[in-house]
Design a protein around this ligand. Structure first.
Ligand code: HPA
Length: 272
């Protein structure tokens, strides 16, 4: 199980390692975006392997540690590495770190990911504010016993906070970073999409496609956390150009966009 009680145990173990942390936000770092961890000052860290209920991450480009430190003058928790459903994790396990940062006091969640650009005008390296999502994983992390204090049927009319989105757009203007805005479609993976699937996604209203994030934000909504997020568009989705998709390219483009991404997130945290 990866529910509220297990999250409290995990949070106790993290506190024993890191001491007290009063986070203004918890930040999930996506593929290739780990550079934000290097911007933390006074960072304390705990490997995922030492947190009960966490797993070691296996994917290249994902680290696997939880950090507490200062960013933009505010204390934050950083989740460097995530558990993907394509690794065989349940939706509950994929979202478990969100329960843990909530138990550690975080009430604002920021998620980032690498994604393919479905909107034809997107270019590799673009950053997209996630305005809404499509859960095309057909799994839900809230399936199972209702957790204490959580609604059985959480409202999903605004899982992505308009207030936090407005702050991100302000931070982008101030940092001189162009921030697109769009809908993220979460699929299970691990195979990338076919061109026919990408055409369907386009018709469904998706602007970007990836293999993470959705379970985390559903649990954040159930916990009544405010959430915001950015997709780093690392490639044109399949079929939009003739180029085949390649994970190494996803990591490399993410790393190149990392400077703009880090500047933006740091400025945003300072405004919280
Ligand atoms: N599809 C799904 N997930 C991704 C992609 C993609 O094109 N790029 C990065 N993550």
């Amino acid at each position: 199980m990866s529910g509220a009680a297990e999250a409290r145990l995990a949070a106790d173990a993290v506190r024993a390692r890191l001491g007290v942390c009063s986070p203004a936000a918890a930040i999930v770092l996506g593929s290739g975006l780990g550079a934000l961890a290097d911007r933390l000052t006074d960072a304390r860290r705990v490997p995922y392997a030492e947190i009960p209920g966490f797993h070691a991450t296996q994917v290249v480009g994902h680290r696997g540690e939880l950090l507490c430190g200062t960013l933009g003058g505010r204390e934050v928790l950083l989740l460097a590495g995530r558990f993907h459903m394509y690794e065989g994790h349940s939706a509950q396990a994929a979202a478990f770190p969100v329960r843990v940062v909530h138990a550690l006091g975080a009430r604002v969640l920021f998620v980032s990911n690498a994604a393919g650009g479905v909107r034809r005008t997107f270019r590799p390296g673009d950053l997209m504010l996630i305005a809404d999502h499509l859960n095309l994983m057909f799994r839900n992390p809230l399936i199972g016993p209702q957790q204490p204090g959580e609604p059985r049927f959480p409202d999903m009319s605004a899982p992505w906070s308009p207030r936090l989105a407005a702050l991100l757009e302000e931070a982008a203007r101030e940092s001189g970073v162009v921030l697109q805005r769009g809908v993220y479609a979460g699929l299970l993976g691990p195979s990338y999409e076919t061109p026919a699937e990408v055409r369907v996604l386009e018709r469904l209203g998706a602007d970007a496609v990836g293999m993470s994030t959705v379970p985390e934000v559903i649990v954040a909504a159930a916990l009544r956390m405010e959430a915001a997020g950015i997709s780093c568009i690392t490639n044109h989705a399949a079929g939009i150009t003739a180029a085949p998709l390649d994970h190494a390219e996803v990591i490399e483009v993410g790393a190149r966009a990392a400077d703009a991404f880090c500047a933006l997130v740091e400025r945003w945290v300072a405004r919280l």
